[in-house]
Design a protein around this ligand. Sequence first.
Ligand SMILES: Cc1ncc(COP(=O)(O)O)c(C=O)c1O
Length: 363
Amino acid sequence: MSRQTRAIIHPQALQHNFARLQPSLPSRAIAVIKADAYGHGAVTVATALSDLCTCFAVAICDEVRPLRDAGITQPVVVLEGPHDMQDCQMAKASNSILVVHNTVQLDWLTTLPASQRPEVWLKVDSGMHRLGFSVDDAIALLASHEWLTEQPCVLVTHFACADEPDNPFNTAQFDAFNRIAAATNLPVCVANSAATLTHPDQWGAWCRLGIGMYGASPLANKTAAQLELQAAMTLQAEVIGLHNVKKGESVGYSQSWKAPRDSVIATVGIGYADGYPRHCPTGTPVVIRGHRAPLVGRVSMDMITIDVTDIPDVALQDTVELWGRQLPVDEVAQCAGTISYELTTRVSTRVPRTVEQAARDNP
Ligand SMILES: Cc1ncc(COP(=O)(O)O)c(C=O)c1O
């Protein structure tokens, strides 16, 4: 029997979360499926959302091709825009929308014959200082590059602190961005999951939904359950070893954990080579037989060890949930000192993704 480590993707959860996040007011939602849909599988996610979502977003042009090969037809916004002239030349045929954020990209696109130019959106730096033109530069560019406004240009910006709704920097960024939005009257694409949840009425034409759609909380002060979001990935492995360990004996590398009492230790077939974070400390929860059990000792490349002393009848081949429906990924991320985005994107290619099939109606 092959190794049972797998990431189960829940399409109904994706659909539920997308509907839950989509603002009822005028905005339209773009599903952000970059980085293989945050590790969930871009084609799987795009297929699950195909009937709900009119537009997808990825980071780079190379992420468009697999979607087209799989028959996904919606336009795809490329958030980092083109990396070379070839990206510009290929974009129209692949129905991609390029977000332009620097002058080199703008020059490439300006030299393309109008008939070959893809749709282009303009990234405005409203304060994050990562990508985009300053508000003043963007206003000037729109005036000097008339072709930009002769096509369906959208102004794009991104918030640095949207996960903290009360952070005054959100208002500062919004005010800066509003200056160009008001001056140009172009449609805008502003909010990520967090901003969509906190200000659904404020963002106009388009919002970009990522992490919330995958069922993790976009907000620092609310859990996914409080936001009625459902886990879109369950990461599972199985028990491959069981050991009785005497009080004072150690488990794993560097003897970093010593049993405080006679203990039963289950070895589980998942490790940092699968994307389970090596930073998870002793005490990080997993779920087995419906109970929480703590990780003990170091995370190895292919295995972890958990203390199942208090859980009756644990057996070889029992299923262990590392995160998912029974254990929020945000909680594990917090234990590992990181964010859920990193956990799901890092589930490695060694871990098969399986797509949960819809429950059949009873006949
Ligand atoms: C430019 C941009 N827009 C939208 C998103 C989606 O954000 P979130 O996953 O927080 O909803 C991201 C995520 O990294 C992003 O980089």
